[in-house]
Design a protein around this ligand. Structure first.
Ligand SMILES: *Cc1c(COP(=O)(O)O)cnc(C)c1O
Ligand code: SF4
Length: 356
């Protein structure tokens, strides 16, 4: 199946889903009384466990009754998070937290409607209505020479047609101040067929303004042979591929899974970039861990325990930017003449402290 056929056969009815898994009573009940947008591609559905409702892929795709229990989620989360209520006049498509870079939202369609999505109000529930117009966003960018890095996001920007992506990339490269283009897309994981000859033509070629890509993979089970091939093809186009995992309770928040995920990402040539705290958007309380969990997992599962390249940075995404929360057990003592440092096994070593 090519990518368009994958989308035509989108798995978003109980009948279609039943061809991949044996639905539990509970899953059936939720699906029969749910107005939310849900679903994914046949490719991603085929990676689900047929019989286990706790399958990490099922839990990311199939709605849960818990989504209606909202104790901690913030109302109008995206307006807060993306600074939409500030004085600067920007099109709906431009979210800004930093001076030199912005997020440019170009669509609200996805290849999977993640149950944990922090853009749920926009992408999944549809109660926040925004207007995404490529030209309006490009026009704003042209008038903002301080922006040197444009992160194209969604929804999933790779669900745009080749012609639209070609237009977008060409127009961005025409802006003299844009030094790099980034894409945030789950397609390498959920719709690897998208990385086809047509798209490779759009992305490929040597250009002064490079393209960087971050995908989202949250569990080692999501990494298929097709994904490995898609990543290889992206790298062949000169597109670097990183990962932004979301820390999800009961899915990837244990030491074994967390380590395996980051090792397996490297085995398919994806470089771990961030692991995000699951944001305080409404209806996703049940996925959220304590804030410190990401740092603890890096301490207990990754740093020192496995390949240095497998280390993401753990961050909390907020309205004032991403804030790193990394483990801080390393410096045990700092004296005038000497530092005492701790490693991942708890062993100590000392180094001379050289004054500035
Ligand atoms: C995440 C994000 C960025 C990019 O952040 P990096 O730390 O540079 O990856 C830029 N703008 C907004 C609004 C974002 O949410
Ligand atoms: S692919 Fe991204 S934008 Fe779409 S539902 Fe998943 S997390 Fe949200």
């Amino acid at each position: 199946m090519n990518w368009k056929e994958q989308l035509k056969k989108f798995v978003n009815t109980p009948e279609r889903l039943s061809t991949y898994v044996n639905l539990s009573e509970e899953e059936r009940a939720v699906l029969s009384d749910n107005k939310t947008t849900w679903g994914t591609t046949p490719h991603f559905a085929s990676l689900m466990d047929k019989d286990d409702p706790n399958c990490p892929i099922r839990k990311q795709v199939i709605p849960s009754a818990l989504e209606k229990q909202n104790c901690y989620g913030m109302e109008d989360y995206l307006v807060w998070k993306e600074n939409r209520a500030t004085d600067e006049v920007r099109p709906d498509s431009i979210a800004r937290q930093y001076r030199d870079r912005v997020a440019f939202t170009v669509t609200q369609t996805c290849g999977v409607y993640c149950r944990h999505c922090f853009r749920k109000e926009l992408v999944v529930d549809g109660n926040l209505k925004l207007n995404f117009n490529l030209d309006e966003g490009l026009h704003w960018l042209a008038a903002h020479p301080e922006v040197r890095d444009v992160l194209v996001t969604g929804g999933d920007p790779f669900l745009l047609a080749d012609e639209q992506l070609e237009y977008l990339i060409r127009k961005l490269r025409e802006l003299p101040h844009v030094e790099m283009i980034r894409f945030g897309t789950r397609t390498p994981i959920v719709l690897p067929q998208r990385i086809d000859a047509g798209l490779k033509k759009v992305l490929g070629g040597y250009h002064k303004v490079p393209i960087w890509l971050n995908t989202q993979c949250n569990h080692p089970k999501e990494l298929s042979e097709e994904t490995a091939r898609a990543v290889y093809d992206l790298l062949g186009c000169g597109v670097n591929v990183g990962n932004q995992a979301v820390l999800l309770k009961g899915i990837n928040d244990d030491v074994e899974t967390f380590r395996h995920l980051h090792q397996k990402l490297l085995s398919v040539r994806i470089k771990p970039y961030y692991v995000f705290y699951c944001e305080a958007a409404p209806g996703i309380d049940h996925f959220r861990t304590p804030i410190e969990k990401g740092a603890e997992l890096i301490r207990d599962a990754l740093r020192g325990h496995t390949t240095g390249l497998a280390q993401p940075m753990s961050v909390v995404a907020t309205n004032i930017g991403k804030i790193p929360l990394m483990p801080d057990y390393y410096i045990v003592n700092k004296k005038a003449k000497e530092y005492t440092l701790r490693n991942h096994k708890g062993e100590l070593t000392t180094l001379p402290n050289i004054p500035e």
